[in-house]
Structures are given as structure tokens and as C-alpha cells.
Design a protein around this ligand. Structure first.
Ligand code: RP5
Length: 159
């Protein structure tokens, strides 16, 4: 024990590495994010699929338009936190998948969602999710296809 250190602090680099490995063992591998609580009934199907497959995941609500800084921070820190894939669902002018992809080099799977005021039944979100500019890819699944997003995430993790 190095003098002045807290009782629980690791003594050696090996101990520190072991502690980090333990943390990583519990860390979620897939981040499921959505633009609104109102998206939850659809997006929870992605969580259910990952749960059934035993893939650790986390679920967060954050809006690219209403909380842009929170979304940018989440995506920027995702890899460092041990995430390997992000699933992002949003409706209307669905910026969330694209904004996530703009701030991370992890694979981002976008789920376009139908919402209360969708144009053409969700075509707005479908185009916003799929039509990303060159160099910033989002893997867009079908409208409301949260379960497919989870299956795709599983295949990315275990090809
Ligand atoms: C989008 O606007 C959300 O992803 C949601 O699908 C839609 C409506 O959001 P709320 O008004 O229900 O919060 O950003």
C-alpha cells in the first residue's frame, strides 16, 4: 500500500488492470438510445432481444434536438465506456442516429420510428435515418424494426 492512498486503492499496475477487467466484464456492450420516452414501447423490443441473447446493454432517452450536448457526450464517451454498438431510435426529423454517428466511430444502427405527427406514416424518420452523408454511416433498419436492430447488433458483436 502506498502511503496516503485510500485503503481500497490498488497497489500495483496488475491490480489496477484486474480491477479494470472486472469493470469491463460488467460494462454494457450495446447502448440503446431513443429521442423520447414516447419511443420506449417500440425500442424496448431491442432491449428484450438483447436480454434474451444475454448481451449486456443499457437504455437511455436523449434527444438530439432537445439535449444536443448530452447526445454528443454520450456518443463521444461510448467506446471508452466499453460500448461496441449503438442502437438509436427516433421519429419525425430523426437526427439522433446521425448525431451519434457524427460523434463516434462505433457502428450505429438507426431505427426510424413512427410518431404521433409522422409525415407519411414515418417516411420522414426513415429518410432522415437512412440518408446520411458520405463518410458518416448509419445502418438503417426498417420502420419500427427495433428487434431487427438488436439482431444486427448481435451479429456485429459475434460475426
Ligand atoms: C422525436 O420526436 C422522438 O424520437 C419521438 O419519436 C418524436 C416525438 O417526441 P415526443 O414529442 O413524444 O417527446 O424526436
Amino acid at each position: 500500500m502506498i502511503e496516503g492512498r485510500a485503503e481500497s486503492a490498488p497497489d500495483t499496475l496488475t491490480e489496477l488492470e484486474e480491477e479494470l477487467e472486472d469493470l469491463e466484464a460488467d460494462a454494457p456492450r450495446v447502448g440503446i438510445v431513443m429521442g423520447s420516452k414516447s419511443d420506449m414501447p417500440t425500442m424496448e423490443k431491442a432491449a428484450q432481444e438483447l436480454e434474451e441473447r444475454g448481451i449486456r446493454h443499457e437504455v437511455r432517452v436523449m434527444s438530439a434536438h432537445r439535449e444536443p450536448e448530452a447526445v454528443a457526450d454520450y456518443a463521444r464517451n461510448a467506446r471508452m465506456r466499453g460500448l461496441q454498438v449503438i442502437i438509436a431510435g427516433a421519429g419525425l426529423s430523426a437526427a439522433l442516429p446521425g448525431v451519434c454517428a457524427a460523434h463516434t466511430d462505433l457502428p450505429v444502427i438507426g431505427v426510424p420510428l413512427t410518431a404521433r405527427d409522422s409525415a407519411a406514416g414515418g417516411l420522414d424518420a426513415l429518410l432522415a435515418t437512412a440518408q446520411m452523408p458520405p463518410g458518416v454511416p448509419v445502418a438503417c433498419v426498417g420502420l419500427n424494426a427495433a428487434r431487427n436492430a438488436a439482431i444486427l447488433a448481435a451479429r456485429i458483436l459475434n460475426p
